[in-house]
Ligand binder design. Sequence first.
Ligand SMILES: CC(C)(COP(=O)(O)OP(=O)(O)OC[C@H]1O[C@@H](n2cnc3c(N)ncnc32)[C@H](O)[C@@H]1OP(=O)(O)O)[C@@H](O)C(=O)NCCC(=O)NCCS
Length: 202
Amino acid sequence: MGSEDSDLEWKQYSSEDELPLVMDLIDKELSEPYSIFTYRYFINNWPQLCFLVLDQGTCVGTIVCKMDQHRYAFRGYIAMLVVDKPYRKRKLGSKLVCRAIEVMRQEGVEEVMLEAEVDNYGALALYENLGFIRDKRLHKYYLGGQDAFRLKLLPRMEQSSQAEAEASSTVAGAPDVAQESSDGCSTDSAGKGDTSGTSELQ
Ligand SMILES: CC(C)(COP(=O)(O)OP(=O)(O)OC[C@H]1O[C@@H](n2cnc3c(N)ncnc32)[C@H](O)[C@@H]1OP(=O)(O)O)[C@@H](O)C(=O)NCCC(=O)NCCS
């Protein structure tokens, strides 16, 4: 069992010194091998879409993403998501995804995609809880020959902003409660109400 949530530090990627921390965790847990060039491609181009959860300097959770124009849509893509085993089932993975999506949404992303192995039931449940749907099945997508599901989310930015505006007008003076946005990321888990190390993100 890892440290209490309040002892964990959340941070956006900010320097090359953090690259080995991210790589060590991902290499340990993901089945697909990635080269240093792949990490650099994602993280150097989109550092604002990489987040780390640190426990006393050790990276215990991370997400790596990108966003770019894809045909007619400005698309976000989640490339890697890992939470270290002792820290799982505490919503760290969900919060990492929500933080990345929040930045994507602010930068105008219209859809978010990723692939997950068809038998990665934990990851599939996590993403589907956040509103992702199965877009297609990709035959023998991984090097090991496994199939993947491509998952897709439409962040529905307008509805989300409207919901947030309505929420802020109705909760004035009321107890601070997490508001659910239309893509399943509560404003709390997206980082606005979460005080655990978010200062550098705001
Ligand atoms: C997938 C992973 C990132 C989940 O991280 P996590 O911090 O444990 O996830 P969360 O606590 O946010 O889980 C949110 C929901 O996802 C689902 N979920 C997560 N792990 C699950 C598991 N092992 N089995 C079933 N459901 C699971 C549950 O619905 C959970 O909600 P609940 O706790 O209310 O039941 C983590 O298990 C991991 O790093 N796995 C190895 C790497 C990997 O597969 N990455 C994804 C590649 S697509």
